[in-house]
Design a protein around this ligand. Structure first.
Ligand code: GLA
Length: 393
């Protein structure tokens, strides 16, 4: 059966609150929610010091929590049907599960001289895992928000994103850029954010009035994404080195052509993607400002082609869903989104035509691949929030 997912934040909040009451015998003191993200354009540009244009989506990790007086963090995960108690003095490492992210956040706070205090919490989420919608960045921002609130510390959005990335890079061991943590921390309702990854400055970009952002999950997942990601990273740094610039952000196509004979063909193609993608992001942001959604859609598809042919991080399923989207009713543009190799694509679709579009894509994709995709009509939401007055409604 094909599925169109609803966001269900009220259900999530009720679920964690009820479970909290039954586990701990009293109501939570606060509820944190941290969003996943979809990147509208700007793929593999973040670690090249370039621009990205993601939006926080209305799919979340939600945590109900209460302070404890001892030095323990007790976490119940509804989705994994597991619980763990983490002693703050000796943080466990190496179990490669969701617990790794929690202990990583507590460790990173300590490393940054924010001493976390004990708390107990129940968490649940509705961001699909491994789909490229940043469920792990959402978990990091949610835990960082919860832990800092319990310790009376307030991190600003950039600090939070940096500490979240530090968890991934230094504790979990994933060499990602800053995009996912930044948007989960700083997202703004109704807007995408143009993030300059060189100085982490942000510009709000209103989503075009007459179009919707639809996430198309191919329901395919691929292992070894990390090694392919690292390989691309190395190739980008190699290209920058050959062109004698610090980052690909500082190069342009003229320089690339001039140096192309000094680099391997593959390295050239990777650099070409990044350099042209950074241009597309800048143009896309100005299209958003001037409500030029047709041009924006074209840029999204150009980005897909570049990721498919030059950066080579797409997949058959992603190409199939993107082509189906492009030929469906009301579509301005579509592309794979996130790290690729499986997971999700994103489409910009004319308002009022979302249902026809989704039905058409679901039917065509299913008949060509035999796989049921999952489609989400996403609203742009705020970054991580904490509520302490939720009992009043
Ligand atoms: C993953 C990483 C991000 C970014 C994207 C590709 O989501 O976590 O930092 O590099 O891939 O754009």
């Amino acid at each position: 059966m094909t599925k169109v997912m609803e966001n269900g934040i009220a259900t999530l909040q009720m679920k964690v609150t009820n479970k909290f009451n039954s586990m701990f015998g009293s109501p939570p003191e606060a509820i944190v929610r941290a969003p996943g993200r979809v990147n509208i354009i700007g793929e593999y540009t973040d670690f090249n010091n370039g621009f990205v244009l993601p939006m926080a989506i209305d799919r979340y990790i939600v945590i109900a929590l209460k302070k404890r007086t001892d030095h323990k963090v007790r976490v119940v995960s509804i989705d994994f049907d597991q619980e763990t108690t983490i002693p703050l003095e000796t943080l466990p490492k190496g179990d490669h599960s969701w617990v790794e992210y929690i202990s990583g956040c507590l460790w990173a706070l300590k490393e940054h001289r924010f001493e976390p205090k004990g708390f107990e919490c129940v968490m649940a989420g509705n961001i699909p895992i491994g789909a490229g919608l940043s469920s792990s960045a959402a978990l990091e921002t949610a835990i960082l928000k919860a832990a800092t609130w319990c310790s009376g510390v307030e991190l600003d959005k950039v600090q939070m994103a940096k500490i979240g990335r530090y968890v991934e890079n230094e504790w979990v061991g994933v060499a990602c850029g800053i995009m996912d943590q930044m948007i989960s921390s700083a997202g703004k309702s109704g807007h995408a954010l143009l993030i300059d990854c060189a100085d982490l400055s942000l510009q709000d970009c209103p989503l075009p009035d007459n179009s919707s952002i639809i996430v198309l999950d191919t329901n395919t997942r691929r292992g070894l994404v990390d090694s392919a990601y690292n390989e691309r990273r190395e190739q980008c740094f190699k290209a920058a080195e050959v062109m004698s610039v610090d980052y690909l952000r500082d190069a342009d196509l003229t320089l690339l052509e001039r140096k192309s004979n000094n680099m391997d063909r593959m390295v050239y193609k990777r650099a070409k993607h990044v350099i042209t993608e950074i241009q597309r992001v800048k143009e896309a942001a100005s299209c958003m400002d001037s409500n030029e959604f047709e041009r924006l859609g074209k840029l999204m598809y150009e980005s897909h082609v570049s990721l498919r042919d030059d950066f080579e991080v797409s997949s058959e399923a992603l190409n199939c869903i993107v082509e189906n989207a492009m030929s469906s009713l009301g579509c301005y543009g579509a592309r794979m989104t996130g790290a690729g190799f499986g997971g999700c694509a994103v489409a910009l679709v004319k308002k009022g035509q979302e249902e026809d579009f989704m039905n058409q894509v679901m039917t065509a994709f299913k008949s060509q691949t035999g796989i049921d995709p999952v489609l989400y009509n996403c609203r742009a939401s705020d970054g991580v929030t904490i509520k302490t007055d939720f009992k009043k409604g």
